[in-house]
Design a protein around this ligand. Structure first.
Ligand SMILES: Cc1ncc(C[n+]2csc(CCOP(=O)(O)OP(=O)(O)O)c2C)c(N)n1
Ligand SMILES: [Mg+2]
Length: 655
């Protein structure tokens, strides 16, 4: 019997409904609705090789509608990836299985990015498409020549981040980005008419996209639409009219199929309706063979590409960048030596700019940018000319006022490989980026967030712009390293650590205001342990002052005052609490321990959480309300962050 495309698609449907039923949780509707479209994509369009899932010039496929995870698990299994096995699929959503509730890129090769928070997969794919064009321009067609395909649902298109992603992709003319929209008119609450009356194609066209539609259950029509999308020089939206839960006799076309098992009776009815007589998790030999043959066809393109790479003059450099390895030698040594000779009084945002000057000159894989605050974030360097529609070789992206879109695109670039992205905005607007920063942390991406104006120290812009809880709340995020350097040398050291960190994101919290230099020794990167003793007590040690960023110099002044009163005080600078927490007990106790010693924290943000280092009997100086609009000196005085306000409280406490 010849295997029809419908049969191949039905294999996806069956795996999806049976796995969800077995797990007694999950989302069968989306994979069943998009099975036909996905079958065409994986048959005739997507460039992939299950034997070499990480091959650099593969097309990137992003399942932005991550709740439909059984769609990608089925496809990976059927086309012959080593994982997931059928056993893995049978254990869908169980601890032992890589087939997690939502696709996780660190669990399965072939899953390019972790998805689930709607809209972010799409926006991440924009970053992947930028990375592809950039590397194509820097290298050539022989090494980099692929597309980015996305499956997105109504939810992905409705999210606010979609507007940012669509605007950016249209502006940059990312013609190799093709989005297959699962246009099923259904979300969880019911029909999309409950919540939207937007003319989606018109919005995309107005943003410079090409839009085409098809009947998502007519193979020829799907093929025609995908072909048109592929040929069009603009990014494409392919509106695939589908029926959610296709095949389920009483539930298809309704939100009942979205996120719950269909139930035994409905599943039996679906088997009848689809003509699928096989038992759960049984894929007939001929259908599996057809899928495996399809999966095997990509090997030729991959080996052709390997041949081109092997003879390529830039093979070593391309391979280095894609592996995320840093070039030999230190980008920083000369720069640091210069700082040590004549330590400057810069704001740390300025110090960051100067450090970046050295780093971006040495690391061509760095692509910077800012969400319309280039002159404030100090993210542009002489080496990073603009990346534009007309010149993708540039290394600086004007993201516009799209903080969330920027952060998601940074993830996409990092995940694509070959690029180390950094991007800036005001620290307070990490609230706008947070969803993507969290996915950076979950996915271990080397994305570097340059967040300036990091406290009330920014002055007159007032409470809407003054971070209070931000630094501490980012520290709460697992796998996020938060750096808050105190002067130009610490800033350079923190940058070096962020770059070196291949398996996770970093946030640099940087000041608007100038800061006095505190260091002149650059022989060792003292920030590497997260915290270090900047000044040792001269008189008998009674106090340890722990501070970060702009408050380290304040702590030094407080310590001087204490010493003058005969009270010995250490000052510990803690530029990265996460790194400090990773040190052994001996190091941590040496810095903060000692009985009878009062521990005091000073940070111009929430005091919440500082008990961790001061203990309950310590003192915590910070700000537990919103800020205020005033000149900087008035603000620090108003919030009690001055030598005169702090010192007497310490003296009183130690009696
Ligand atoms: C940011 C975000 N908000 C909410 C959810 C919860 N959620 C998961 S799927 C879904 C509905 C999505 O509708 P659609 O994209 O049309 O998917 P379909 O029901 O068609 O499969 C919602 C609200 C989520 N995953 N991410
Ligand atoms: Mg929908």
């Amino acid at each position: 019997m010849t295997v029809t495309e419908k049969n191949m698609a039905n294999a996806i449907r069956a795996l999806a409904m049976d796995a969800v039923q077995a797990a007694n949780s999950g989302h069968p509707g989306m994979p069943m609705g998009m099975a036909d479209v996905a079958t065409v994509l994986f048959s005739d369009f997507l460039k992939y090789d299950p034997q070499a899932p990480k091959w650099a010039d593969r097309d990137r496929f992003v399942l932005s509608a991550g709740h439909g995870s059984m769609l990608i698990y089925s496809l990976l299994h059927l086309t012959g990836y080593a994982r997931p096995t059928l056993e893995d699929i049978k254990n869908f959503r169980q601890l032992s299985s890589p087939c997690a509730g939502h696709p996780e890129n660190f669990k399965l090769e072939g899953v390019e990015t972790t998805t689930g928070p709607l809209g972010q997969g799409f926006a991440t794919a924009v970053g992947m498409a930028i990375a592809e064009r950039h590397l194509n321009a820097v290298f050539d067609n022989d090494l980099v020549d692929h597309k980015t395909w996305v499956i997105a649902g109504d939810g992905c298109l409705m999210e606010g981040i979609n507007h940012e992603a669509v605007g950016l992709a249209g502006h940059l003319g990312l013609g190799r980005l093709n989005v297959l929209w699962d246009d099923n008119g259904i979300t969880i609450d019911g029909g999309t008419e409950l919540s939207t009356s937007e003319d989606i194609p018109a919005r995309y066209r107005a943003s410079g996209w090409h839009v085409v539609s098809c009947d998502g259950h007519d193979f020829d029509d799907i093929r025609k639409a995908l072909g048109e999308a592929e040929a069009d020089p603009r990014p494409s939206l392919i509106a695939c009219k589908t029926v959610i839960g296709y095949g389920a006799p009483t539930k298809q076309g309704t939100s009942a199929t979205h996120g719950a098992p269909l139930g035994d009776e409905e599943i039996a009815g679906t088997r009848d309706a689809l003509g699928w007589e096989h038992k759960p998790f049984i894929i007939p030999e001929d259908i599996l063979t057809s899928w495996r043959q399809l999966g095997a066809t990509g090997a030729a393109a991959r080996s052709d590409w390997e041949g081109r790479l092997n003879g390529h003059a830039q093979a070593a450099e391309f391979t280095r960048r894609m592996a995320g390895e840093l070039p030999d030698g230190s980008a920083m040594q000369d720069y640091l030596a210069g700082l040590a000779k004549d330590p400057p009084k810069w704001a740390t945002r300025k110090s960051s700019e100067m450090a970046l000057g050295a780093i971006t000159a040495a690391l061509p894989e760095m692509i910077g940018g800012s969400a319309d605050l280039t002159g404030s974030n100090n993210t542009k360097t002489p080496s990073t000319k603009p990346l534009t529609k007309d010149d993708y070789s540039g290394r600086y992206i004007y993201y516009g006022i799209r903080e969330f879109g920027m952060a998601a695109a940074m993830n996409g670039m990092a995940l694509h490989g070959g690029i180390i992205p950094y991007g800036g905005t005001f620290l307070v607007f990490t609230d706008y980026c947070r969803g993507a920063m969290r996915l950076s942390a979950i996915q271990n991406t080397r994305a570097i967030y340059v967040m300036t104006h990091d406290s009330i120290g920014l002055g007159e812009d007032g409470p809407t712009h003054q971070p209070i809880e931000h630094v501490q709340s980012l520290r709460l995020m697992p796998n996020m390293h938060v750096f808050r350097p105190a002067d130009a040398i610490e800033t350079a050291e923190c940058w070096a650590l962020a770059i070196k960190r291949a398996d996770g994101p970093s946030t640099l919290a940087l000041t608007r205001q100038g800061l006095p230099p505190l260091r002149d020794d650059v022989s060792v990167n003292l920030c590497e342990k997260g915290a270090y003793r900047m000044k040792a007590a001269e008189a008998d040690k009674r106090v340890v002052l722990v501070a970060t960023g702009s408050e380290v110099s304040l702590a030094m002044d407080v310590a001087a005052k204490l010493e003058a009163a005969g009270v010995g005080a250490d000052v510990v600078s803690m530029p990265c609490a996460e790194l400090f927490d990773g040190q052994d007990d001996a190091y941590r106790n040496d810095l903060l321990g000692g009985s009878g010693v009062l521990r005091v924290s000073i940070e111009a943000g929430t005091t919440y959480g500082w008990e961790r280092y001061t203990g309950l009997d310590g003192l915590r100086f910070g700000i537990d309300s919103f800020g205020a609009s005033a000149p900087i000196d008035d603000l620090f005085a108003h919030f009690g962050l001055t030598v005169d306000a702090i010192t007497p409280q310490i003296l009183k406490k130690i009696g």
